[in-house]
Design a protein around this ligand. Sequence first.
Ligand code: CP3
Length: 354
Amino acid sequence: MTELKNDRYLRALLRQSVDRTPIWMMRQAGRYLPEYREVRAQAGDFMALCKNPELASEVTLQPLRRFPFDAAILFSDILTIPDAMGLGLYFETGEGPKFSRPIQSRADVDKIGIPDPECELQYVMNAVRQIRHDLKGSVPLIGFSGSPWTLATYMVEGGSSKAFTKIKKMMYAEPETLHSLLDKLADSVILYLNAQIKAGAQSVMVFDTWGGVLTPRDYRDFSLQYMHKIVDGLIKEHDGNQVPVTLFTKNGGMWLEQIAATGCDAIGLDWTINIEDAKARVGGQVALQGNMDPSMLYAPAQRIRDEVAQILAGFGEGSGHVFNLGHGIHLDVPPENVDIFVNAVHELSIPYHK
Ligand code: CP3
C-alpha cells in the first residue's frame, strides 16, 4: 500500500500530536460544486453515480482539488443498505430519498435479509478500492454508514420525516418488531463497514442523524445500544494501522459521556454545544469533531474567520480535534467561502500545536 502523505486526520482522531488542526467537511462532495453537478448529469442520476466506481471516485476527489482538506470521504449514501435489503430506493427531485416498499409490519422485518457487502453492495466496495487507488496516498479515506436507528427511520417512514410518527408508533406499540429490525441493521452495518475497511477505508464514521429526536431512555435503548454493538464488532486494525471510528448523533450533545463509553475513538458534534464544554466532559476519552454551524458559510470572510478562531480557542491546545461543520454544507454556499473556511482552520490552528 502507498504510504500516507498527510495523516493529520488519523492522528487527531487518535489524539496524537499534529502540526495543525485537520479539517474535512460533511457533504464536501456535492451540489454546491458545479463540477459535481456536471458529473451527476453525465451519470444520469445520484444512484447511477454511486454505482459507477470511476465517477464516484471522480466526485470524491473534486473537493480535494479545490481545497486543502485533510481527508476524503467515500462518495455514496447511508441508504445503500436498505436499498440492498430490497426496499426500492429512489429519489424524487426536491423531496429527498423515498422507498417504494417501506417496512410496515413484523412480517416485513422478518422478510429482510442481511446484505452481503461483496455481493449486493459490491459497487460500494469497488468505489472504495477505486478511490484509494486514485488518492495515491495524499489523504486518508473515510468510510461510513448510517446508524441502525437513522436507517430505520427512513425504512419505516418510507422517506424523510419531520415528526417520525410511524417509527415512534412502532417503537411504543411494537418495540420487539423495531428491536428485531435494529438488530438486523446493526449486523448489516458491521459487515458493511468491515468490508469497507478491508477494501481500503482508513477510518469509519457512523451517522446517527436522527438519534436526537429520541427521549434519553429511548436514545439509549433504540439508538446507542446498536451503535455500541457496531463499535464492538468493527475491525480495530487493518494493514498494521489502527482504524478509528467516529460516532455522530445530531442533537446528541446531552449524551456525550454515554457515547464515549461505547469505546468509539471520536464523537461528532453539531453546533448546539460549545466545544470547550464537550472537551471538559469527554476530552480525556475521545477526540472531538466539529462543530461550526453550516450556515456560517453564508457569512462574510471575517465573520467565518472569527467563528473558526472561537471554536479553535474553545478546544484550546493540543490534539484531539478534527475541524468540521456540525452537519452537511448547504447546497447554495459559494465555493469561495469554503476556501476561506479551510484556510482559516489551517492558519489559525498552528499556535495551538506548538
Ligand atoms: O461528501 C460526502 O459527505 C459523502 C457523501 C454522502 C452523501 N450522503 C451523498 C449524497 C454522505 C456521507 C451522505 C450521508 C447521508 N445520506 C446522511 C447522513 C448525514 C446527514 O447529512 O445527516 C443522510 C441522512 C443521508 C440520506 C440522504 N441522501 C438524504 C436525506 C438525501 C437528500 C438530501 C439532499 O441533500 O438532497 C440524500 C441524497 C444525497 N446523498 C446527495 C448527496 C450528494 C444529493 C443527491 C443529489 O446529487 O441530488
